[in-house]
Ligand binder design. Structure first.
Ligand SMILES: Nc1ncnc2c1ncn2[C@@H]1O[C@H](COP(=O)(O)OP(=O)(O)OP(=O)(O)O)[C@@H](O)[C@H]1O
Ligand SMILES: CC(=O)N[C@H]1[C@@H]2OC[C@@H](O2)[C@@H](O)[C@@H]1O[C@H](C)C(=O)O
Length: 386
């Protein structure tokens, strides 16, 4: 066991999201100023892709199947070894030692998200990760919020609030991962969180586009949106997709692969006898763009700046479609990636889990009840000491 240095401000964040592509990791340092802001520095980042076999098994565990307890336990073990490899890479890149890291915040892999039934499941083996790394591990960030009547998601709005809010303008942060979510950040007065700061999952981000490009082109994603851009939106298919009741629900709300999966898409496509695959991709791109834009028009029409993070920020066609959908909705905000505010789009979620680990360490709440619908602020996470 290594000796933890309690004075170090360094935290590791590890995120593996609904895209099921791999683990994004960062080492971050936070220094709170007198205003309660959290100037944040990313000291290193690393990405460990999942092997095809791990990805297949994680995908399979999204739905009910045989022998789930054993399969989940085994996959959690493999996930922990991937997480440990990511930590090792971060330490090697920076030259830091394990005892210089205060804690690791690790999300785990969501395999079920059913807040309406009172549970969410991020498969994980934090005990093994603590054993392999010799660093304190904080995990299971969602279940306390659900226990308090919340959705347990999205959690990143509190982090967005801490690092991206402006005293002068309303900002919206859009995360476009597998699922897309928005954080509406009203101008901050003396660094205080406003009750008007809301956030929720808008629906599919890349998840449906990734499924479709895999089946038709054998690719994991539509690089830069080039294939989607070669097709034409099918208005009737777009309308059939937009009829999904989730989109009209008021927040608090959250979703996942539990709803937006292959069968969901197949059901919509079954309504149409013929279609060109690239046109479907164009339509799925439009679906992601228009559901995000509708959410902004409805809940943040006063927005001045929209900043996008998550892998979707690298899809130029999607970014263009989002800008156009916002204009059609009468919102004339600028649309750019979080790079413009100093944080790379693919680092934001991992940084959020480093930040959540720091919140736990300080025994401060990590949720925004106005976002998740929880009965109140709660300290999120559970500690596995090194
Ligand atoms: N260059 C690119 N062009 C187009 N799409 C891209 C590009 N790079 C990444 N993506 C998309 O981003 C996805 C990964 O995004 P990200 O890592 O933010 O998702 P996630 O964290 O797994 O999901 P979530 O935020 O829902 O938990 C990929 O699956 C792909 O669809
Ligand atoms: C249950 C779950 O894993 N939800 C994820 C998912 O991916 C994006 C969106 O859906 C968001 O609600 C959440 O992730 C981020 C990190 C969050 O909690 O804010």
């Amino acid at each position: 066991m290594t000796t933890q240095n309690v004075n170090t401000p360094f935290f590791i964040g590890l995120m593996s999201g609904t895209s099921l592509d791999g683990i994004d990791g960062v080492i971050a340092s936070f220094s709170s100023d007198a205003m309660g802001h959290n100037p944040i520095a990313t000291l290193a980042s690393a990405y460990v892709p999942f092997s095809a076999a791990l990805r297949r098994e994680l995908m399979a565990l999204q739905q009910a199947g045989e022998n789930e307890i054993e399969r989940e336990s085994l996959v959690a073990h493999t996930l922990a070894t991937h997480c440990a490899a990511c930590v090792e890479r971060l330490l090697a890149d920076t030259g830091y030692r394990a005892n210089q890291i205060r804690a690791i915040g690790v999300h785990g892999q969501t395999i079920r998200h059913r807040p309406e039934l009172g549970f969410t499941r991020q498969t994980n083996n934090p005990a093994l990760l603590a054993e392999l790394t010799g660093i304190d591990v904080i995990a299971d960030f969602r279940s306390r919020d659900i226990a308090a009547g919340g959705q347990g998601a999205p959690l990143v709005p509190a982090f967005h609030q801490a690092v991206f809010a402006s005293p002068a303008e309303t900002r919206v942060v859009v995360n476009i991962g597998g699922i897309a979510n928005i954080s509406v950040l009203r101008p901050q007065i003396n660094g205080a969180v406003s009750d008007a700061d809301i956030g929720f999952d808008t629906g599919p981000g890349n998840v449906l586009m990734d499924l479709w490009v895999k089946v038709n082109q054998g690719q994991d994603y539509d690089a830069n949106g080039i294939w989607g851009a070669s097709g034409k939106v099918i208005p009737q298919l777009l309308k059939a997709c937009l009829d999904e009741p989730y989109f009209a629900l008021p927040p608090p709300k959250s979703t996942g692969r539990d709803l937006f999966h292959e069968a969901w898409l197949a059901e919509k496509l079954a309504l149409f006898p013929q279609f060109a695959p690239a046109d479907v991709q164009a339509t799925l791109t439009a679906l992601t763009a228009s559901t995000i834009a509708d959410a902004i028009v409805r809940y943040a029409a006063d927005v001045s700046t929209v900043v996008v993070c998550g892998g979707g920020a690298y899809n130029a066609h999607l970014m263009q479609a989002l800008g156009q959908a916002l204009s059609r909705g009468g919102v004339s905000a600028s649309v750019a990636s979080t790079d413009t505010l100093g944080i790379a789009p693919n680092h934001v979620e991992a940084l959020a889990f480093a930040w959540l680990a720091q919140r736990f360490d300080l025994r401060l709440p990590g949720n925004l009840p106005a976002v998740t619908g929880a009965a109140g602020p709660r300290i999120l996470g559970a500690l596995y000491p090194a």
